[in-house]
Design a protein. Structure first.
Length: 129
């Protein structure tokens, strides 16, 4: 396991345990029947220390498909609100999660022909490893 995969698992586990979600968050594909999907985006190094440890900012994209427009938006809002307001972030074996901030608020990004709505948001996670 790498620091980035550990971060993704920490974020997903934290959201699933503490947020009001109808389904589990998948890391595979956004389910056709609806649900929530998360993936890592392109991060950047904020600072590097003499011991080669670094602080990085890693964006995590959340996508949601839901038949109920209000409920789909509420699920992503639940995730962003909870993660931004944590006072103590979970620690992994390889990574220390320092902070989370929403850089793209939850919003509707489309709708399928069958009436299922699509939503997205992006959360930047600051980590140290």
């Amino acid at each position: 396991m790498t620091a980035l995969t550990e971060l993704l698992e920490l974020v997903v586990d934290t959201a699933e345990k503490n947020c009001d979600l109808d389904t589990e968050i998948t890391l595979e594909e956004l389910p056709a029947e609806g649900g929530i999907y998360a993936e890592l985006g392109e991060g950047f190094t904020e600072s590097t220390y003499y011991n080669q440890n670094r602080v990085k900012v890693i964006p995590i994209l959340f996508l949601c498909r839901h038949a109920d427009q209000k409920r789909g938006l509420e699920e992503l809002c639940s995730i962003t609100d909870y993660l931004e307001h944590l006072r103590v972030y979970p620690r992994g074996k390889m990574v220390s999660w320092l902070d989370a901030s929403t850089v793209k608020e939850p919003s509707r990004i489309g709708r399928d022909e069958d009436g299922v709505y699509h939503f997205s948001c992006i959360i930047n996670c600051k980590i140290y490893y």
